[in-house]
Design a protein around this ligand. Structure first.
Ligand code: AMP
Length: 272
């Protein structure tokens, strides 16, 4: 991977990079398409990063289909797919981690302690190996995007971070590798996230300014469908991710909901 990248750089070619955990879907493909338009060459990585999973999370069960992923990346015109193993990324004796002070203290960081430090560490390593000019991330993982932007700035990594909008199923469910775990009943319940977000967006358009009122209404909508357990629903500042009480400008509404076993996340900007 290093040789591939330095040969490209030496010949003056730009590199776009899309890091993934595999089990690819249209959300990943939208990042690849955008990446291709931004650089001469496109690299995709597939690595299920153990340091971003908590002890009771789904690391062992994370879906995997390398042959299908390679077929999809080939059809998408990807120039190289980097599939390291855990030992290559975390050789014994490695001791450096990347910790952020404030952004992980909100939203998913509260129920997934250590998750974003695992993300920041692996992305730093992948950027150091692939050495892209541009890296692309989905707004589906809004907090992850914020963490990576901050980290790239703080550590002077000197690459462009490009965001891409959430790709959804026809009924609004945000695409995710984890959706494959949903039973057909849970799949129906899972649409409640998008319905709650769009209803909240409408409340704000209609003049509602109380975050508490909007969150309560979204929670009622989600709790009304079977097999949902709310981890959090928040309305926050899209830069700092700090809670906002009164909606007076564009805010981020974000949520994590267990639907059966899978924990689904989604978000949307609400603009008065
Ligand atoms: P993952 O494989 O889930 O780690 O995701 C790899 C990249 O794809 C991340 O930047 C995600 O934010 C992005 N991504 C995942 N799902 C979607 C989606 N439905 N729409 C847009 N981007 C997505």
């Amino acid at each position: 991977m290093r040789r591939f990248s330095s040969d490209l750089r030496r010949s003056g070619k730009t590199i776009a990079f899309v890091p993934t955990m595999g089990f690819l879907h249209q959300g990943h493909l939208s990042l690849m398409e955008k990446g291709k338009s931004l650089a001469a060459r496109l690299v995709v990585s597939i690595f299920v990063n153990p340091t971003q999973f908590g002890p009771n999370e789904d690391l062992a069960a994370y879906p995997k289909d390398e042959a299908r992923d390679l077929d999809m990346t080939q059809k998408a015109g990807v120039d190289a797919v980097f599939i390291p193993d855990v030992q290559q990324i975390y050789p014994s004796g490695c001791q450096t981690v990347v910790l952020l002070k404030f952004l992980p203290g909100h939203l998913c960081g509260l129920s997934r302690p250590g998750h974003f430090n695992g993300v920041a560490t692996v992305v730093t390593k992948l950027l150091g190996i692939v050495r892209p000019h541009t890296a692309l991330f989905g707004e589906k993982d809004f907090q992850q995007l914020a963490v990576i932007r901050q980290m790239v700035k703080d550590l002077e990594i000197g690459i462009d971070i490009v965001a891409a909008p959430i790709v959804r199923e026809a009924d609004g469910l945000a695409m995710s590798s984890r959706n494959m775990y949903l039973t057909s009943d849970q799949r129906k319940s899972a649409t409640s996230l998008y319905r709650a977000l769009t209803a909240s967006r409408q409340m704000v358009k209609n003049g509602e300014t109380s975050a508490e009122v909007i969150i309560r209404s979204a929670a009622a909508r989600i709790s009304a469908v079977p097999e949902t357990i709310i981890d959090y629903i928040a309305i926050c500042d899209p830069q700092t991710l700090e809670d906002v009480a009164v909606v007076s400008g564009p805010v981020l509404m974000a949520m994590a909901i267990m639907v059966g076993k899978p924990r689904l996340i989604d978000n949307m900007m609400l603009t008065p």
